[in-house]
Write a protein that binds this ligand. Sequence first.
Ligand code: NAD
Length: 267
Amino acid sequence: MRYYVLDRGDSLSVDLTEQFHKLAGEHGFELDAESPEIVVSIGGDGTMLHAFHTFIDRIPSIAFVGIHTGHLGFYADWKADEIPELIKLMSGQGGPEAPKPRIVNYPLLDLEIVKKSGTTSYVCLNEFTLKSVDGTIVAQVDINDELFEMFRGDGICVSTPSGSTAYNKSLGGAMMHPTVEALQIAEIASINNRVFRTMGSPLVLPKHHHCDIYSRKEQNLMLTIDHINLPIHDLLSVRCQVARQKISFVRYRPFPFWQRVRNAFLD
Ligand code: NAD
């Protein structure tokens, strides 16, 4: 098996990476930074976001596994002391009782960012946000090429289903099961008056719909794509839709999503 490991860079994650390489070598795995079949992230959810963007051009041929070094993550479900067990399961030596590994696929968000200076495409694992760096933003939101609302406020967040438990949740968005093929639009502190009227509720769009956000004044904007910040001063529009490709995670043991939600937010 060809694998690669990305860690958070702190001493615990670096030590765990060394441990992983040692055990992986003993089980005949091949370290491959160019075309790994499995990418292991050691750290937290942020480390998985890094891993995803590092291998963004190879997403269809990779399955991700997350090991967390702090509290349980949404993308990291193995604990630091479980690496020997994980390696056994990865090598198919988990014994007759071991559950069969399963690949789960989660939808992603596709962005087309149109600036006066050119067009760029991005894919998000968690979300995209549009915010101002100096005051409120003014933006027109169209859904399926029809005017939906004129937005004025702090910003707009468009999340994937697996990102719905992250920034989107802090904005009052709904938590969605990560396999639902949809995107969610949540407002960040909208101003409502006679000129600018917004729906005020998070919206969930199915995969065959799209939304365009048009910048409606000269404004210095900050776009975020997961953990990446992009300052932009010449934005024209952003098209958001469910991506054609999905991210794959290997599950070597079951961990139901709603149990994960309960553990993260209630227990
Ligand atoms: P960070 O260090 O600020 O961590 C943000 C927190 O979000 C961490 O606790 C992380 O575990 C959690 N998180 C990340 N993805 C998650 C997911 N899919 N479900 C549930 N929790 C999740 O930043 P980072 O580690 O670089 O992560 C970037 C992410 O931070 C962004 O994608 C965004 O979702 C999130 N964020 C949240 C807020 C907010 O809630 N107000 C603000 C900014 C960014």
